[in-house]
Design a protein around this ligand. Structure first.
Ligand SMILES: Cc1ncc(COP(=O)(O)O)c(C=O)c1O
Length: 365
């Protein structure tokens, strides 16, 4: 079969493990599994969003609205931009990444990713024939190596990805460093703020001054809607207009639409989610620090990167031992730029965190 060369050569994306998969594999009850693998919201969804989707389900025989202006308006309010600066994606922020590829990438064009970072950039854009050029994230200092990004620029660079807080390391990129990159190129700088609510830092204010800036965000984290697949982007009206030309018209389902709208109106829920995740992150950070065999990195997101090499196990062995006991964490061996000795632990409820730390004690002698 003659498929596209880029598809033939594509390395599959490795997602986090699911509760159902692990329950089946290890004969466990799904409700007993502690999932700390995919950076989700341990509080669950906004009850208002659940109620609104139940109502909306009666109309699932109808196509969704093609006019998303109510939601775009709410996102603009939440993000403090104008509605014409907003685009919404129906397969999460991942769809926005694909639309960026369709809008900006001709075969042979390049994009820059500092490693390690979110693997989906490479996965999505290579399908459009684009070539990744890797820069460096300094893991030990948990900071972006800005010089390596500037050195990676070529006349074919179309997009530069800056993930802040960075997945999987949890470190932040300073506004000064973002400005240095944006000012050093005409290419589009995509600042991925999927986790910004946990960090207390954001870069929307830069949109006024820089027209080659794009901010990527999601409803999957603090907004508790990972299963509904909603993401959004913020940029100049010109870039947003180009992207709307190629974005699938009906990708946001009716149910996702109402869930997103109701969640944004539920500011009490959003604040509670943020607080729980930050408390959980700090509990896990201090709990993990007590293990002399582990090295845990300070994080501004809802997960922690942990170096497990001193345990005598690699990340595959330690994640396997945890899964047998009903705990899912992320084995980071599929992250380019990390070796086989890193795991990423997402926040749970405080009770789940404590159980996880107890289980870990039984594994690390
Ligand atoms: C840094 C980063 N960007 C984007 C995404 C995609 O989020 P979504 O669930 O909206 O597709 C994720 C998901 O984990 C992420 O970690």
């Amino acid at each position: 079969m003659n498929v596209k060369k880029t598809v033939e050569e594509l390395d599959p994306y490795v997602p986090g493990r699911s509760i159902y998969e692990i329950a089946t594999k290890y004969s466990l009850k799904p409700e007993d599994i502690i999932k700390l693998g995919s950076n989700e919201n341990p509080l669950g969804p906004s009850p208002k969003a659940v109620k609104a989707t139940q109502e909306s389900a009666k109309n699932m025989h109808r196509y969704p609205e093609s006019d998303l202006s109510d939601l775009i308006h709410q996102i603009a309010l939440y993000s403090q931009v104008r509605p014409e600066q907003v685009i919404v994606g129906g397969d999460g922020a991942d769809e926005i990444l694909d639309v960026l590829g369709k809008t900006f990438m001709d075969p042979g064009d390049e994009f820059i990713v500092p490693l390690p970072s979110y693997m989906y950039y490479e996965f999505t854009l290579t399908i459009h024939g684009a070539k990744p050029v890797f820069a460096r994230w300094d893991v030990e200092g948990n900071r972006l190596d800005v010089a390596s990004v500037l050195e990676a620029l070529t006349p074919r660079t179309r997009i530069i990805f800056l993930c802040t807080p960075n997945n999987p390391t949890g470190g932040l990129i300073s506004k000064k460093d973002i400005k240095t990159v944006v000012e050093g190129t005409d290419a589009l700088v995509v600042v991925d703020e999927a986790y910004f609510e946990f960090s207390g830092a954001e870069n929307v204010d830069l949109l006024e001054d820089y027209h080659n800036l794009f901010i990527l965000r999601t409803f999957s984290k603090v907004l508790g809607l990972a299963g509904m697949r909603i993401g959004y982007g913020l940029s100049s009206p010109e870039i947003i207009e180009y992207m709307h030309r190629v974005k699938p018209v009906f990708s946001l389902t009716k149910l996702s639409y109402v869930a997103a709208l109701e969640t944004l109106k539920d500011s009490e829920y959003i604040e509670k989610s943020r607080e729980l995740s930050v408390d959980s992150r700090e509990l896990l950070y201090h709990g993990l620090q007590k293990f002399s065999q582990l090295r845990v990195f300070k994080s501004y997101a809802n997960y922690l990167l942990v170096d497990v090499r001193e345990t005598g196990m690699d990340s595959g062995q330690i994640t396997e031992e945890l899964m047998k006991r009903g705990v899912i964490v992320r084995n980071c061996s599929s992250f380019r730029g990390l070796d086989d000795y890193w795991i990423r632990v997402s926040v749970g409820t405080l009770e789940e965190d404590k159980k996880f730390l107890e289980i870990l004690k039984g594994i690390i002698k």
